[in-house]
Write a protein that binds this ligand. Structure first.
Ligand code: DGL
Length: 260
C-alpha cells in the first residue's frame, strides 16, 4: 500500500478532466496526476480482451511510476470492463466511473431515460446489468455514439466540430411514447460533459443531462478517509508523447494541471 502519494486520474483522453474538475472543487488541496492514454484513444473502438490486457499492463507501469494513494478510472468504457481485473491485480483502491443509470431512473418524471455512451460501454454486460438492476421500471434507450468522444477532444484542441453530425448522434436519445418524452440523459462517457452546451442547443426538447463527476469525487473522498495524500498542484501526462497543443494546455491549466 502506498500512502501519501498523489491521486492518479486516468482516461483514454481528455474526458477525465471533467472528473478532475469535480475532484478539485471538492478537494482543492490534493495532488492529482492525470494520465491520458491518448496513444490508444478511442477506447470505445477496442475489442474487450485486448483493451482489458492493455489497461491492466499500463496501470502496472503507472502505479510503479507515480506510487498513487488511489486511482480514479475516469472512463466508463474502461471501468465497465476492467475494474475487477485491476482490483484483483493491484493492492490499491480504484474508484470507477460507471453509467449513472440509478440516479436517472430515480429522478425521471416521465419514466423515459436515455444512456448516451461510447459503442464499447453500450455493448457491455455491466451496463445492461445496471439497467436490469436499477431501471427495470422505466423505459431506457441505450445509445452508442461513435463520434462524440472525438468531438470533445477536437473541441478542447480548439477545432470546430460538425454540429449536424453531433445532432444526429444524440437524436436517438429523444423518445416519445404516448405523449411522454425522455427527460433524463445519462452522460455515460466522461468526455460528454464538455459538449453539454451543444447537446442543449440541438436537443429537440429540454432534458436533464446527468454528469456523474460530482458523485465520483464524493466516492473518492470517502475512499481517501484515513489515508495520507500528497498536496500541491497537479501534473498531466500523455502516453503518446505527442506535443500538447496550446488550447489543451490552457484547459489543463484551468484545473491546475501542468504537463510533466
Ligand atoms: N472518456 C471515455 C469514457 O468515459 C471514453 C472515450 C473513448 O472512447 O476512449 O467512456
Amino acid at each position: 500500500m502506498h500512502d501519501a502519494g498523489p491521486v492518479l486520474v486516468f482516461d483514454s483522453g481528455l474526458g477525465g478532466v471533467s472528473v478532475v474538475r469535480a475532484i478539485s472543487q471538492q478537494m482543492p488541496r490534493i495532488r492529482l496526476v492525470y494520465v491520458a492514454d491518448d496513444a490508444a484513444f478511442p477506447y470505445g473502438d477496442w475489442e474487450d480482451d485486448a483493451l482489458r490486457t492493455h489497461i491492466v499492463e499500463l496501470m502496472g507501469r503507472l502505479i510503479a511510476q507515480y506510487r498513487p494513494t488511489a486511482v480514479v478510472i475516469a472512463c466508463n468504457t474502461a471501468s465497465t470492463l476492467v475494474l475487477p481485473a485491476l482490483r484483483a491485480r493491484y493492492d490499491i483502491p480504484f474508484v470507477g466511473t460507471v453509467p449513472a443509470i440509478k440516479p436517472a431512473a430515480e429522478q425521471t418524471k416521465t419514466g423515459i431515460i436515455a444512456v448516451l455512451a461510447t459503442p464499447g460501454t453500450m455493448r457491455r454486460d455491466y451496463t445492461r446489468d445496471l439497467i436490469r438492476k436499477f431501471a427495470s421500471l422505466v423505459h431506457v434507450r441505450l445509445v452508442g455514439a461513435p463520434l462524440l468522444a472525438a468531438f470533445a477532444e477536437a473541441r478542447m484542441r480548439g477545432e470546430a466540430i460538425d454540429e449536424r453530425s453531433l445532432a444526429e448522434q444524440i437524436e436517438p436519445c429523444f423518445v416519445e411514447i404516448e405523449g411522454r418524452r425522455t427527460d433524463m440523459v445519462v452522460l455515460a462517457c466522461t468526455h460528454y460533459p464538455f459538449l453539454t452546451d451543444l447537446f442543449d442547443r440541438h436537443a429537440p426538447w429540454p432534458v436533464c443531462f446527468i454528469d456523474p463527476a460530482p458523485a465520483i469525487a464524493r466516492r473518492l473522498a470517502s475512499v481517501l478517509e484515513g489515508r495520507r495524500v500528497d498536496g500541491g498542484p497537479g501534473t498531466a501526462a500523455f502516453t503518446s508523447g505527442r506535443p500538447v497543443l496550446a488550447p489543451v494546455l490552457q484547459v489543463l491549466r484551468q484545473y491546475r494541471l501542468a504537463v510533466a
